[in-house]
Design a binder for this molecule. Structure first.
Ligand SMILES: Nc1ncnc2c1ncn2[C@@H]1O[C@H](COP(=O)(O)OP(=O)(O)O)[C@@H](O)[C@H]1O
Ligand SMILES: CC(=O)N[C@@H](CCC(=O)OP(=O)(O)O)C(=O)O
Length: 292
């Protein structure tokens, strides 16, 4: 028989313990704008997500779209800057953010999943008051810090066989304000509220790197604090690791930061022993998040 088929059958067979372990598991996947790539890469990602659902997991997709927001802001002549990995967001900027994230990016992912035979529904943090925010830091403007999570809508979609695709835009606690939420922060808050089994943060690097540039495969919360303090972790990696720490404190079993540009990144992480990237697990007692 053709050796390729034998290898395929063996690979499927070797996946059995992982399929059993993750049956019924909730896995929140943060799909970063830099990890998205072209239509083919998007289709690959979508196929992994549909496969996860098919084998009995509950994948929940929270996406970013920073590069797409940058492109539109540049076209419109609106300047933008980041502080500790978060975009300073004024009124004009938050309108562009909502348009790009809830519109363009969200629907592209929804369509890609549906094209692979899945049933995806796109929502934002505003739908059913999923994510209610307060101002994160006054100098960031309309950047939200989630303070109340209402994740029943996600559970309902999961149970109905639907894959939720969530844009990180949220409602404020007063005046119907719209908040721009960092995609990692939103994914962490959703994973915490769902008490997810895994949070995968897909990005454009192989994982969190140490001073020498080598990926750190397992990290403790104490180690992360030191690496931020001494500047080894900077820019967009700061909200990622801060999210990871908060999520494990809130009860997420493990968070993995990995390269979403690698083909079948999610499947490699979940269904093989070749899981790559940096894993952060809790050592501290769990703190229940505020959730409905
Ligand atoms: N210690 C580090 N290890 C890996 N990446 C780092 C580190 N410190 C800063 N970074 C930067 O963080 C980036 C990932 O954050 P970001 O660009 O916001 O990704 P995404 O768009 O996927 O959310 C990497 O491309 C890298 O430039
Ligand atoms: C507050 C804040 O920084 N919001 C992000 C939201 C999008 C995002 O997080 O996109 P990536 O995951 O692709 O970086 C922004 O405006 O870029």
């Amino acid at each position: 028989m053709d050796r390729d088929w034998i290898t395929t059958a063996r690979t499927l067979s070797e996946a059995l313990p992982y399929l059993q372990r993750y049956s019924g598991a909730t896995v929140v996947v943060k799909f970063g704008g830099n990890a998205m790539g072209d239509d083919e890469a998007m289709a690959d990602f979508a196929r992994d997500v549909v496969l996860m659902k098919q084998v009995g997991m509950h994948p929940v997709i929270v996406h970013g779209g920073g590069p797409m927001i940058n492109e539109m802001l540049t076209k419109l002549g609106i300047k933008s800057e980041f502080i500790r990995g978060k975009r300073v967001t004024d009124k004009a900027t938050v309108e562009v953010v909502e348009m790009i994230l809830s519109g363009l990016v969200n629907k592209r992912i929804v369509q890609a999943i549906n094209d692979q035979g899945g049933r995806a529904v796109g929502i934002s943090g505003k739908d059913d008051d999923l994510m209610v925010c307060e101002h994160d830091d006054p100098e960031l403007g309309f950047v939200g810090r989630p303070v109340e999570m209402n994740v029943q809508v996600i559970r309902d979609l999961n149970e109905a066989g639907i894959i939720p695709v969530i844009a990180p835009v949220a409602t404020g606690t007063e005046d119907n304000e719209t908040f721009n939420v960092n995609g990692d922060t939103a994914a962490g808050a959703i994973a915490g509220a769902l008490q997810a089994d895994r949070l995968l943060l897909l990005t454009d690097v192989a994982g969190v790197k140490d001073k020498a540039g080598d990926v750190i495969t397992q990290m403790s919360p104490e180690q992360v604090a030191v690496l931020i303090e001494d500047g080894t972790i900077s820019g967009g990696m700061i909200p990622k690791v801060e999210t990871a720490l908060k999520a494990v404190r809130e009860g997420v079993r493990a968070v993995v930061i990995l390269d979403g540009r690698v083909p079948n990144a999610c499947l490699l992480e979940l269904f093989t022993e070749h899981g790559a990237g940096s894993m952060i697990r809790s050592t501290a007692p769990r703190v229940k998040p505020h959730t409905r």
